[in-house]
Write a protein that binds this ligand. Structure first.
Ligand SMILES: NC(=O)C1=CN([C@@H]2O[C@H](COP(=O)(O)OP(=O)(O)OC[C@H]3O[C@@H](n4cnc5c(N)ncnc54)[C@H](O)[C@@H]3O)[C@@H](O)[C@H]2O)C=CC1
Ligand SMILES: O=C(O)C1=N[C@H](C(=O)O)C[C@H](O)C1
Length: 262
């Protein structure tokens, strides 16, 4: 399968190029980057540390890619989505940090384009989302109440907070338990914690590739569900699985649950 990697010189883009180049099922035919990127024209394989692939970093344009994988920034992701709409290229969107209009544009675009969209491509993270939903449903009627807090830890370079994955965990809990208040950090004297609150806490430290802990705090006991990446390849592998899966699907908005059969 021929893939185009959008954001190819980035932390994730380089891993997608590297992991794909080591798997005979995939051929990287396009490595797409910002028009202002200093490495434009350089070979994507050399940048990713896997040797010359004969694929220079280039701006978005027509290619013979079967599918596009996007790990970039929100505005660029929307731009490449517009390109995919024009050239009818299935798209895997992994970028996070979209605003509401961008979110709505993606959903509208999926009416005419097959899109896999997930804040985490990690199989372990998406399984933990299922386990979190089970825990939330199971605990929601506890008479003494359950306080859910979401702690995410990422590398110092991450630009958005909280993570898209943390927000998705929070939405899963909110839908399962009927919580309506999402608060981000605490300071001053917020007083006693309301029962309908979900708290989010974003740690930025070192080179952590991604860690999420969902805390279910009760009176007398606590459950913590945790998933931690040791490198970025779980996301790259998941994105390639998504690319392989989406290639023959009709227009629609799909998640990693569809890709992984969860
Ligand atoms: N869904 C998932 O499994 C995962 C999602 N992510 C998300 O992926 C995104 C990228 O993460 P990283 O690779 O760590 O960031 P990064 O900053 O290393 O890479 C982003 C790349 O996008 C490029 N870019 C910026 N403007 C562009 C444009 N107009 N056209 C093409 N490329 C452009 C940058 O030059 C850079 O190379 C973030 O939103 C992050 O949250 C990260 C890891 C896993
Ligand atoms: O920026 C990252 O690195 C990651 N971002 C994604 C997110 O915002 O959820 C996924 C993963 O946690 C790594």
């Amino acid at each position: 399968m021929k893939i185009a990697v959008h954001g190819a010189a980035g932390r994730m883009g380089q891993r997608v190029v590297a992991v794909a180049s080591a798997d005979s099922r995939y051929q990287v035919v396009a490595a797409l980057e910002s028009a202002t990127h200093p490495a434009l024209g350089q070979d994507a394989g050399l940048l990713a540390g896997v040797g010359n692939l004969g694929v220079p970093l280039a701006v978005v344009g027509e290619s013979d890619a079967d599918v596009v994988i996007d790990f970039s920034v929100p505005d660029a992701a929307i731009a490449v989505l517009t390109h995919c709409l024009e050239f009818k290229k299935p798209l895997v969107i992994a970028t996070t940090g979209f605003d509401v209009p961008q979110d709505e544009f993606i959903r509208e675009s999926a009416r005419t384009l097959p899109i896999v969209w997930a804040p985490s491509m990690s199989p372990a993270v998406n399984l933990l989302m299922k386990l979190t939903e089970i825990a939330a449903i199971s605990l929601r009627e506890l008479p003494t109440g359950v306080d859910v807090e979401i702690i995410e830890r990422h590398h110092r370079f991450k630009e958005d907070a909280p993570s898209g994955t943390a927000l998705r965990f929070g939405n899963i809990v909110a839908e399962a338990m009927g919580q309506s208040s999402h608060i981000h950090g605490r300071h001053g004297r917020p007083g006693e914690r309301p029962r309908n609150e979900i708290g989010y806490h974003a740690l930025r430290s070192g080179d952590n590739p991604g860690e999420h802990t969902i805390v279910f705090g009760m009176l007398g006991e606590t459950i913590e569900l945790k998933v931690a990446a040791s490198n970025r390849d779980c996301y790259a592998q998941g994105a390639l699985l998504a690319a392989d899966w989406i290639i023959d699907k009709p227009a629609g908005l799909y998640s990693m649950n569809d890709v992984l059969g969860l």
